[in-house]
Design a protein around this ligand. Structure first.
Ligand code: KIV
Ligand code: ZN
Length: 502
């Protein structure tokens, strides 16, 4: 049985999804979860792309134990140096450098010939090797690159010291039979291929990223690049949960598995959804809300007789357990802490005290506190952002034949400002009052509200994505009152914009 390495690029390619920008605290929280999940390599960012990315990679390098920490770098001296500065504190570190190789990219984007692209690639791999042992090289747009030249580049970069060669289907153009045969050709034609691991990085423009990655495994690939929930540039990347569960479920065919702790999949998926504000479609394989629901009477009948009739994966395998009532008003700090540890969250004393105070307030509003409530509450502890603006008070009136109005009091740098605004609904009135009090101008890209659990006393969780200039952020708010949750989410997004974080 071969072990396929999982290279997670949620924090780099995943962050390239429109509206999925994350701040440093959020990236650190995801990186810690990826370590619990057992990924082999975390691509923590693209160090030279922004000071925020650089700081995030640096923080993850010094605080996350287990996986190799990697930074992306174009085949340029400045990028490689900056990547090294970002990852140098990581016990295990990698530089991933790339250069386009397809005729289309070389002719129209770079205006250089094949020889020059090869020369730059080799030089930059050598430079990266002068900083770290572990260097990965990607010939970008590999699937639209002439195969002979692709093999030549791969052989040369391995000779220059690359220990992983990654074959990106950058524009999601390939299909499984073709992609599998590219990997086989590389395996057969590149003389020194035994000195490197073949990796694949498939985009999902034709909905084939998981199938292409699996075809590559059947043809000798030893590493898969993927993201949680399949987020990423355009239609996204190969989805980690799909490719991992396909390998696990059909190990009889692949004769391969990964180091992933599959019981952590669901928690990872929920965390990424919460932080990026990108919801998972209900019918999404593995982590969609319907992935384990059986509607048909015939299926239900079979399941009651024997689960194997219609279930190829048990929900428990991916960490999906029946929602259970865990805590309530009378639960003490010890029970609270113990349940959090069982859920995989270890909070420091200060964070625990703060979370416990919030838990007590919630328990006053809501009789039963479910695991999902705890997860929402705790993840807010990790994703705090400096509060330039904070909600002090709010009241709303709306109804049939009545103009909706919202009165808000917001504290801005120690001063409380109050305003009342009308709108075409209570949420519109609230958002107008917030923008008028804060004097901010940003565009609301998305407003989404959903119940965290069942029950009419459930907490509502709101995501507001705001855009200002070339930056977009997602703010969150949770409350048993969705009007208050909406105001909190909008203010959270404004605080993220104000903190200057991506
Ligand atoms: O899609 C792509 O080609 C990439 C490379 C940087 C690996 O993301
Ligand atoms: Zn990509």
């Amino acid at each position: 049985m071969r072990t396929i390495k999982i290279f997670d690029t949620t924090l780099r390619d995943g962050e390239q999804s429109p509206g999925a920008a994350m701040n440093i605290g959020e990236k650190l929280q995801i990186a810690k979860q990826l370590a619990r999940l057992g990924v082999d390599i975390i691509e923590a960012g693209f160090a030279i792309s922004s000071p925020g990315d650089f700081e995030a990679i640096k923080t993850i390098s010094s605080e996350v134990e287990g996986p190799v920490i990697c930074s992306l770098a174009r085949a340029k001296e400045s990028d490689i140096k900056r990547s090294w500065e970002a990852i140098q504190d990581a016990p295990k570190r990698r530089i991933h450098t790339f250069h386009s190789t397809s005729e289309i990219h070389l002719k129209y984007q770079f205006r250089i010939d094949q020889a020059e692209a090869l020369k730059r690639s080799v030089e930059m791999v050598k430079l990266a090797r002068s900083y770290v042992e572990d260097v990965e090289f990607s010939p970008m747009d590999a699937t639209r690159t002439e195969l002979g030249y692709l093999c030549e580049v791969i052989e040369a970069v391995i000779e220059a010291g690359a220990s992983t060669v990654n074959i990106p289907d950058t524009v999601g153009y390939s299909i499984p039979s073709e992609f599998g045969s590219v990997i086989k050709s590389i395996h057969d034609r590149v003389k020194n291929i035994n000195k490197a691991v073949i990796s694949v990085h498939c985009h999902n423009d034709l909905g084939l990223s998981t199938s292409n990655s699996l075809a590559a495994v059947l043809n000798g690939a030893g590493q898969i690049e993927c993201t949680i929930n399949g987020i990423g540039e355009r239609a996204g990347n190969c989805s980690m949960e799909e490719v991992v569960m396909a390998l696990r479920t059909r190990s009889d065919l692949f004769n391969a598995d990964t180091n992933i702790v599959t019981e952590e999949i669901m928690r990872s998926s929920k965390l990424v959804t919460k932080i990026t504000g990108m919801s998972v479609q209900p019918n999404k394989a593995i982590v969609g809300a319907n992935a384990f629901s059986h509607e048909s009477g015939i299926h239900q009948d079979g399941l009651l007789k024997d689960k194997s009739t219609y279930e190829i994966i048990t929900p428990e395998t991916i960490g999906l357990h029946k929602t259970k009532f865990v805590l309530g008003k009378l639960s003490g700090r010890h029970a609270f802490r113990t349940r959090l540890i069982e859920l995989g969250y270890e909070l420091g004393d200060e964070e625990l005290n703060h979370a416990f105070d919030r838990f007590k307030k919630l328990a006053d509003q809501k009789k039963e506190i479910f695991d999902e409530d705890l997860e929402s509450l705790v993840s807010e502890e990790f994703t705090t952002v400096p509060e330039k603006y904070s909600l002090v008070d709010l009241s709303v009136s709306s109804g049939i034949n009545r103009e909706p109005a919202a009165m808000l009091k917001i504290k801005i740098d120690e001063k409380i400002i109050e305003k009342t605004e009308n709108g075409d609904g209570p949420i519109d009135a609230i958002f107008r009052a917030i923008t008028s009090i804060t004097g901010t101008k940003s565009k609301l890209l998305k407003y989404e509200v959903k119940a965290i659990t069942g029950g009419t006393d459930a907490q509502g969780e709101v995501v507001c994505s705001l855009e200002k200039g070339d930056r977009s952020v997602s703010g969150h708010g949770a409350d048993t009152d969705i009007i208050i949750a909406s105001a909190k989410a909008y203010i959270n997004a404004l605080n993220k914009l104000a903190a200057g974080k991506r």
